[in-house]
Design a protein around this ligand. Structure first.
Ligand code: PAD
Ligand code: ZN
Ligand code: ZN
Length: 372
């Protein structure tokens, strides 16, 4: 996404996709992007993916203040920095972090914690850390989205929410490390801690589910069963490591019973990567009692509770969930980019469409790369 910046200390006018109302297409508008304040960074966006979590805001599944600029899976180049910024400089290639890493809170200080207390995902206030916004459109302040707002040619993020990456990295690919890839891959290797020789079931074969499959395979799983109602997803899932794929619609009995039967008593690890309450319980139910582990990756509809039989846990299953695959963001994103550059995993299979930013007016099922 290119434009004509003036200077680091002035307002930049550029194009952004603004969501004014729920369930409406984005409106491509000219916005003003204020200069970064102290400990903030202004970034020229180069490529942005579309994640189901953006769509969750558009359809009201997640509730955030409007109007706002969505987008949280992206890569770009630092345009200017505010006072006191030390970890990035103008010209650096970076990935914005929708979960920051302040390094100071209880979660950041905990060896396993990654959901920094400075995150805006729990509250969805829609602002910078100081409570104000850097975007204006038609004279109105426009909210930020989880500290990133990457559907804009320029955005401003807090320094705790941006990671410097390898200057040689292809931004139109590594943007996927900003959410979908890392979330899925980390859910397998960090959260579930998939073991060699194990059997895994992955519910939902979108960009995140496919990344879970890559993580299961990298961890040495022997059997990876993909579950999706859309059979068009099976070829890609198999290319990435699924050993078989099934649709719940092909069976009369509940899918958890099918998986329990297929795996001879229950899978070792299961993942819900859709965001539905029924499949969360199905994923828990299909893992082996006594030691099976089930991980919630999909974002559930706001304010909905599910009912489940506590016997599922009493008999020894473990139920977990995590944001961003449990990775500490600022520490891990540069390492994941280095691993990609070292060809430890591919990203090309996750890119299904390349859209021009100005034609990005709706969203579908697939993860897409958006660039100008
Ligand atoms: P996606 O929409 O690309 O993929 C979802 C897949 O689920 C599609 O292939 C659907 O066909 C399939 N599906 C839908 N309903 C069913 C069903 N009843 N049974 C079986 N399959 C079904 O989404 P995505 O891969 O971008 O994201 C998946 C979820 O992960 C979504 O809820 C998103 O909000 C969440 C997410 N979580 C985090 C995190 O940090 N935990 C990060 C990013 C995304
Ligand atoms: Zn996401
Ligand atoms: Zn923190």
């Amino acid at each position: 996404m290119g434009s004509s910046p003036t200077s680091g200390s002035s307002v930049i006018k550029c194009k952004a996709a603004v969501l004014w109302e729920l369930e409406k297409p984005f409106s491509i508008e000219e916005v003003e992007v204020a200069p970064p304040k102290a400990h903030e960074v202004r970034i020229k966006m180069v490529a942005s993916g579309i994640c189901r979590s953006d769509e969750h805001i558009v359809n009201g599944t997640l509730v955030a203040p409007l109007p706002l600029i969505l987008g949280h899976e992206a890569a770009g180049i630092v345009e200017s920095i505010g006072e006191g910024v030390t970890t990035v400089k103008p010209g650096d290639k970076v990935i914005p972090l929708f979960t920051p890493q302040c390094g100071k809170c209880n979660v950041c200080k905990h060896p396993q914690g990654n959901f920094c207390l400075k995150n805006d995902l729990s509250t969805l206030r829609g602002s910078m850390q100081d409570g104000t916004t850097r975007f204006t459109c038609r004279g109105k302040p426009i909210h930020h989205f989880i500290g990133t707002s990457t559907f804009s040619q320029y955005t401003v993020v807090d320094e705790i929410a941006v990671a410097k990456i390898d200057p040689a990295s292809p931004l139109e690919k590594v943007c996927l490390i900003g959410c979908g890839f890392s979330t899925g891959y980390g859910s397998a290797i960090n959260v579930a801690k998939v073991t060699p020789g194990s059997t895994c079931a992955v519910f939902g074969l979108g960009g995140v589910g496919l990344s879970v499959i890559m993580g299961c395979k990298a961890a040495g799983a022997a059997r990876i069963i993909g579950v999706d109602i859309n059979k068009d997803k099976y070829a890609k899932a198999k290319e990435l490591g699924a050993t078989e794929c099934i649709s719940p619609q092909d069976y009369k009995e509940p899918i958890q019973d099918v998986l329990t039967e297929m795996s001879g008593g229950g899978v070792d690890f299961s993942f819900e990567v859709i965001g539905r309450l029924d499949t969360m319980v199905a994923a828990l139910s299909c893992c082996q009692e006594s030691y099976g582990v089930s991980v919630i990756v999909g974002v559930p509809p706001k304010s909905q509770n599910l009912s489940m039989n506590p016997m599922l846990l009493l008999t020894g299953r473990t139920w977990k969930g995590a944001i961003f695959g449990g990775f500490k963001t600022k520490d891990s994103v540069p390492k994941l980019v280095a691993d990609f550059m070292a060809k430890k995993f591919p990203l090309d299979p996750l890119i299904t469409h390349i859209l021009n930013f100005f034609f990005m007016v709706g969203m579908g099922q697939e993860r897409r790369k958006v660039e100008e």
